[in-house]
Design a protein around this ligand. Structure first.
Ligand code: ADP
Ligand code: ZN
Ligand code: ZN
Length: 697
């Protein structure tokens, strides 16, 4: 008897395992053994028929062969997920403790998940049939229009709809040729743009800093570079010229941008510069367009692919470089389901492919900065503004005890009025919501802090109380300020959802040439956030916002309202800039044992019954402590209520795990997941693991 052929298949399911199948008995697969990993298989799963990905062809299974089911067939002859991408998916599934089947599904465009053919669609064209080609001269003498079209088709080979319009061929003429059997409809791939003509527009002569940055980047080998430069310092120009080198060498460039950054302006900047095919991949596309863009990159036709987070999973047959613009942007981290960080996966992918990765930002994430300061990433800096504009003038307004109108102080309203009267634009910026609410005295700026930790207490509503997210200390809500006895106490952080002109959106990538004043209504939400990343985000947003003021000659102004103007973080940011501010924060993170000096994972659970969630997490903590007892190297915290403890009628709790080393954390999570998957309590809650969480609420 010959060795059995067994397919190991990744199936989209919450189960953290792969599944074994047999080839079909009917010989619909010519040679099952030659099937390559990465092809899609149609398989029975429960009572459903699903699309899985072949991982391996093997000769044994841990299950008895009789129990294995047969696949229905293969959807592809060539892998849709090439080897290197499959490896990346496997790595990500391990690292984020997410089922491989779901990871692989995330990597594919929706239509491929649904079983659509992985084939680039061509444009409709019309061409001559064999009979049409062999038509004797003069046969169409009495139909001059048809004769003319016949000649055109003979000369051109085929004509697209646009070409037919261009030559003013009418539909009847075409149909007449078709009905005579002389012409027929067909499809052709849009012509791949020719090499030779790479640029549409000459590149700009670089300034010395840009030049140095570009020269430092080595092609053909892995290294992560951090290109640091304020808005307008010429980062994009460096990207463009780096891409030019890569494409010139016959390779492809993958550019990731934040969700909000993928504007028509961004795309047109690339399209104006390059004459090669550019694929754009983002969630706003129809699933058909997305499939085409993906396939076109996978086929090597698109030489440049620009996309948001999930574009990190685009196959690149000729990889040359990966660029992540605004690398600090939180949208690179997926916040539900498969919680991956596209930036972090870019590091892994570039190193697997042996190509450079360029991370660009005016305000690098502390993780990235830490890597750059430790020489794991190479730092490239642009310190001058490439354009004409000057740095804005930043002013703080102390709003303690002031009368506010919808959050605006008198001083701010006056300044806004002046600017508007001059015909300038004012950008009003409201801090994004979602920070954990803190109790603050409007008259003196007092904040409710934990008596045991140097941490602010979080306001909770169910039941109303204050809660320390560092040591679990709880106390009732205070009605009066213990410092100044004012009763004007506010929960700040939430409730800043009023939709005025500006939101976080305006802070990014959008160009407002007439904006001369940027007003930040309330900087305290970030400064006092109980989410440890709150101050970092505040610093990034304020710096980005300031970068929008005063481009193009007009000197801009930024006015920031705060109850905490004297806070050292605020002072450092305003007077010394993002860098010293970031170093201050790094120092704080080191002292408080937080990332990037430690590694975090969050085990989240939610349920309609709060008790189910807490019981599950308490059990999870017990299991975890049995696996790895708490130590200096490993802290457990919780279960704690999430900052937003009730959402959609579900109570949300979390258990925080903080480890000194990544491998340590990883092995713990792996063992923990295995036990939790099989635990009866896990069926009563929705639970998930978030590795390197970006949002703590
Ligand atoms: P960033 O990406 O850092 O915001 P850009 O690359 O968009 O900066 O550059 C800002 C502006 O300066 C753009 O209008 C760009 O065309 C221009 N610019 C960039 N580099 C140069 C250069 N070397 N010479 C002249 N203009 C430049
Ligand atoms: Zn007070
Ligand atoms: Zn505490």
């Amino acid at each position: 008897m010959s060795e059995p052929v067994i397919f190991s298949v990744a199936i989209p399911s919450p189960l953290r395992r792969t599944f074994d199948y047999l080839p079909p008995q009917a010989p619909s697969l010519p040679d099952p053994k030659s099937l390559k990993p990465g092809v899609r298989l149609l398989v029975p799963f429960g009572h459903q028929q699903v699309v899985g990905i072949l991982l391996e062809v093997k000769s044994s299974s841990s299950l008895p062969i009789q129990q294995l089911r047969e696949v229905y067939g293969s959807l592809d002859t060539e892998p849709v997920i090439p080897d290197d991408l499959l490896k990346l998916c496997q790595w990500a599934a391990n690292y984020y403790h997410h089922p491989l089947g779901e990871v692989v599904h995330t990597a594919m465009p929706a239509l491929l998940r649904q079983g659509e053919a992985a084939q680039l669609q061509g444009d409709d064209v019309w061409e001559l049939t064999a009979e049409g080609k062999g038509l004797p001269e003069g046969a169409l003498k009495r139909a001059p229009k048809q004769s003319h079209l016949h000649k055109l088709l003979l000369n051109e080979g085929c004509l697209s709809k646009q070409q037919l319009e261009h030559y003013s061929v009418n539909r009847t003429t075409l149909n007449n040729l078709i009905s005579k059997g002389l012409a027929r409809q067909s499809t052709r791939l849009p012509a791949a743009k020719k090499h030779g003509q790479l640029l549409r527009q000459p590149s700009l002569p670089l300034n010395p800093e840009q030049h140095t940055a570009l020269e430092q980047i080595q092609l053909q080998r892995y290294r992560t570079y951090l290109l640091e430069g304020a808005t307008g310092s010429g980062k994009t120009e460096v990207y463009l010229q780096l891409i030019e080198r890569v494409v010139n060498a016959g390779n492809q460039a993958l550019v990731l941008v934040p969700e909000i950054g993928l504007t028509p302006q961004t795309i047109s900047r690339f399209e104006q510069r390059f004459a090669v095919n550019i694929a754009v991949l983002h969630s706003g596309l129809s699933s058909r367009e997305r499939l085409q863009a993906w396939l076109s990159t996978a086929a090597g036709r698109a030489r440049i692919a620009i996309g948001t987070r999930s574009a990190i999973f685009t196959p690149l047959p000729n990889p040359g470089v990966i660029i992540v613009d605004e690398e600090h942007d939180p949208s690179f981290k997926q916040q539900d389901g498969f919680r991956y960080s596209a930036r972090d996966l870019a590091v892994m992918r570039a190193s697997q492919l042996g190509i450079p990765l360029l991370l660009g930002s005016a305000t690098p994430a502390l993780e990235t900065l830490h890597n750059a300061l430790g020489n794991r990433y190479q730092r490239l800096q642009l310190t001058q503004r490439a354009g004409q504009a000057q740095q804005p003038d930043i002013q703080l307004i102390d709003i303690r005890g002031q009368q506010l109108q919808e959050g605006f102080s008198k001083a701010l309203l006056n300044t806004m009025e002046m600017e508007l009267n001059l015909g300038h634009q004012v950008l009003v910026f409201i801090n994004r919501r979602g920070f954990a609410p803190t109790l603050l005295c409007h008259d003196c700026g007092w904040v409710a802090v934990c008596p045991h930790c140097d941490a602010r207490l979080t306001v909770h509503q169910q039941p109303r109380h204050l809660h320390c997210h560092h040591c679990d200390h709880q106390r009732p809500l205070t009605r009066q300020c213990p410092e100044c006895f004012s009763t004007d106490l506010n929960s700040i952080g939430l409730g800043t959802e009023r939709s005025l002109v500006g939101t976080q959106m305006l802070a990014k990538g959008h160009h407002f040439p007439a904006v001369t004043l940027v007003a930040v209504i309330d900087a305290d939400g970030g400064l006092l956030s109980t989410d440890f990343r709150g101050p970092e985000r505040m610093g990034q947003l304020l710096t980005q916002v300031a970068g929008r003021a005063g481009r193009e000659r007009k000197r801009g102004r930024v006015i920031i309202q705060s109850h905490h103007c004297q806070h050292p973080l605020m002072q450092t940011l305003i007077h010394q800039g993002y860098h010293p501010f970031a170093r201050y924060l790094l120092n704080e993170r080191q002292q408080t044992h937080m990332p990037p000096y430690r590694y975090l994972a969050l085990l989240r659970a939610e349920s309609k019954l709060a008790q189910n969630a807490t019981e599950f997490l308490t059990t999870a903590r017990q299991i975890a402590e049995q696996l790895q007892p708490a130590s200096v190297e490993l802290h457990y915290l919780g279960p704690l209520p999430a900052a937003l403890e009730k959402r959609n009628n579900r109570f949300r709790y979390q258990l925080q795990i903080n480890a000194a080393g990544r491998p340590h954390l990883q092995s713990l999570l792996k063992a923990l997941c295995q036990q939790l998957d099989n635990h009866p309590l896990s069926r009563r809650v929705r639970w998930s693991i978030d590795v390197d969480p970006q949002e703590m609420n």
